[in-house]
Design a protein around this ligand. Structure first.
Ligand code: 5AD
Ligand code: SF4
Length: 470
């Protein structure tokens, strides 16, 4: 069966469940952990569930089906899953709720084994490669009243046409490629998301045109290695249909920049080693592409980077940043950093601090190294003590906070273009939006500004947001 037929088959399951559920006013609750790719998958789960006649509730006690979309990039995710399962067990005992656990963690055998052994009340376990089959899995559980496991370990495929219910009607995420071929030695992603594969250019452009026609203003392109879009396809001569001259990430960016109605384009996460000149030129040239680039550093020391299998040196990273700063006016940068990778010495950690000082990032996402079963990093013998890792983390955090404070001051009295996203969560009287550099700005304004791009004068700064006025 080809993939479009598989999706049609799932559509039939959606209709069957819709008939079963009709007039029952059934609800679903979904909890999502992890990155924006996972959030995008959850939007697809929501889309399918709504078509099956369920409505969303934020209160799991009200739900008839509870779904947990898991992440396994760092350890605390596991604690959260098992804590959540304890909570769901009680609800299941009180009422016959259906429990479905999916996402990256389900691609790890030691986790599914533990669930089956210690949490046998879970109804559905589904992996990252079987998300599109959720309607069929749910139908079987509803009909046969049996537990079901639908996890496969394959390279992964791209499925088009899965229903989707998006979290926002202003900003939308669009997955353009999936999987990872890089095998950084700390990272579990290549094992749970399979090999890199890109969507066809035409499908992406059509999806974004559709979003523009629905009034969406900002698009975030997603991929575990977003800038290797179509790279494997080109290198290995895997068929893809060129559409509007799109045959690379740079040409994709340029084509999206032409779509009327879309005002901002972002993308995460690129890999520094694949950050080619044509992409730098596209960012500089295209007015809609935000000039904030997320460029994961991970570590500043060349030996540690080699152990991490990142395929660039400290100097190459800094040279890339220099080149980008020279070519892209108003460029700002954000990054991901891991502290305490096995074998990292205090002196080597200083290189990380040095790069942070030199680049002056707008935002730094900081992580304490976490051992992931099955990765080369986990097998390394020179693990760093928790105490040492925390010490380094705090040192980095202090530096980053000082830099953010200093950077924020530069915004005062400037005029910033802000896309207004909605009411502020903490104060319904105020509105919130974001600058090109992804800074949150809070300001007083009329609700009809929501969804519009406006100019704001920045009047004060706080660590995690700016205050502005019209
Ligand atoms: N430990 C800590 N941080 C990790 N990341 C990925 N794997 C690990 C790990 N094992 C971080 C990286 C990546 C981000 C999404 O999560 O910085 O860029
Ligand atoms: Fe993980 Fe490295 Fe792939 Fe990013 S590039 S998903 S950090 S293996």
């Amino acid at each position: 069966m080809d993939k479009s037929e598989e999706i049609k088959e799932q559509q039939l399951y959606i209709e069957k469940i819709y008939k079963i559920n009709k007039d029952k006013n059934l609800k679903y609750n979904i909890l999502t952990m992890g990155c924006q790719l996972n959030e995008n998958d959850s939007e697809k789960l929501c889309g399918m569930l709504e078509k099956m006649g369920y409505t969303q509730t934020n209160n799991v006690k009200e739900a008839d089906i509870a779904i947990f979309n898991t992440c396994c990039v760092r350890e605390n995710a596991e604690d959260k899953l098992f804590g959540k399962l304890g909570e769901l067990k009680k609800i299941k005992e009180e009422k016959g709720i259906i429990i479905a656990i999916g996402g990256c963690m389900m691609q790890e055998k030691h986790i599914t084994d533990k669930i089956k052994e210690s949490y046998p009340f879970v109804d559905i376990l589904f992996g990252t490669h079987t998300l599109h089959k959720f309607p069929e899995d749910l139908y079987k559980v509803l009909e046969d009243k049996k537990k079901l496991e639908d996890i496969i370990d394959i390279d992964g495929e791209i499925y088009e046409g899965i229903p989707i219910k998006r979290d926002s009607n202003i900003k939308a995420s669009v997955t353009i490629m999936n999987g990872c071929n890089n095998f950084c030695s700390y990272c579990i992603v290549p094992y749970v998301r399979g090999r890199e594969r890109s969507r066809q250019p035409k499908s992406i452009i059509n999806e974004i045109k559709e979003l523009a026609s629905q009034g969406y203003k900002e698009i975030t392109l997603l991929g575990q290695n977003v800038n290797s879009y179509l790279k494997v396809e080109r290198e290995k001569n895997i068929f893809f249909e060129e559409y509007k001259g799109i045959n690379s990430f740079a040409t994709l960016l340029k084509a999206i920049n032409q779509i009327d109605g879309i005002e901002r384009i972002r993308f995460i996460s690129p890999h520094p080693k694949d950050f080619t000149d044509d992409v730098i030129e596209a960012i500089a040239e295209c007015d809609k592409i935000c000039k904030l680039v997320h460029l994961p550093l991970q570590a500043g020391n060349t030996r540690v980077l080699k152990e991490m299998n990142r395929k660039y040196t400290k100097e190459q990273y800094l040279n890339l940043v220099e080149k980008m700063k020279n070519k892209i006016p108003n460029l700002t940068l954000s990054t991901d950093i891991i502290v305490g990778f096995p074998g990292e010495t205090d002196l080597e950690f200083e290189d990380t601090l040095d790069v942070v000082k030199k680049v002056n990032f707008e935002q730094v996402y900081m992580f304490i190294y976490s051992r992931r079963i099955g990765t080369p990093g986990d097998r390394m013998e020179n693990q760093i003590s928790e105490e040492q890792k925390h010490k380094r983390f705090n040192k980095l955090k202090d530096l980053v906070e000082k830099q953010i404070e200093k950077n924020n001051k530069k915004y005062i009295n400037t005029i910033q273009k802000v896309l207004v996203e909605g009411e502020s969560k903490n104060n319904k009287e105020l509105l919130t939006g974001r600058t090109d550099s992804n800074k949150v700005v809070i300001f007083k304004g009329d609700k009809n500004l929501i969804g519009k791009m406006i100019n704001l004068k920045i009047i004060s700064e706080h660590m995690w947001y700016l205050k502005g006025e019209i």
